[in-house]
Ligand binder design. Structure first.
Ligand SMILES: [Zn+2]
Length: 103
């Protein structure tokens, strides 16, 4: 069964995609600190923004909106009070368009 990181939605395919190389983990290697704890909302948000900028070009505002949309849809953030995830969010259309073109 295909697994996805519960914090950022990245597909977990190869062993090294998983946090700590542990295929039982529900998080990717990028979202977890060396001690195994999940990174802060702000850190994961910034990582997402940088990732989407690398995909869509240097449009930080759009990258932030896409990252917000993405993270707000992930199970880990449900019920968490994370100020950076509030604010302008991409529409379903903008989000679908970016996902379609991911490389
Ligand atoms: Zn992740």
């Amino acid at each position: 069964m295909q697994k996805f990181c519960q914090a950022c939605g990245m597909p977990l395919i190869k062993k090294e995609d998983f946090a700590g190389g542990d295929e039982n983990s529900n998080f990717c290697a990028y979202c977890v600190n060396a001690d195994g704890s999940v990174k802060s909302c702000e850190e994961i948000f910034e990582g997402g923004v940088q990732f989407f900028i690398s995909q869509i070009g240097n449009d930080r505002k759009l990258a932030e909106k896409i990252t917000r949309k993405n993270m707000n849809g992930q199970p880990y953030w449900q019920g968490k009070d994370c100020p950076i995830l509030k604010g302008e969010t991409a529409t379903d259309e903008e989000f679908a368009e970016v996902l379609k073109n991911l490389s």
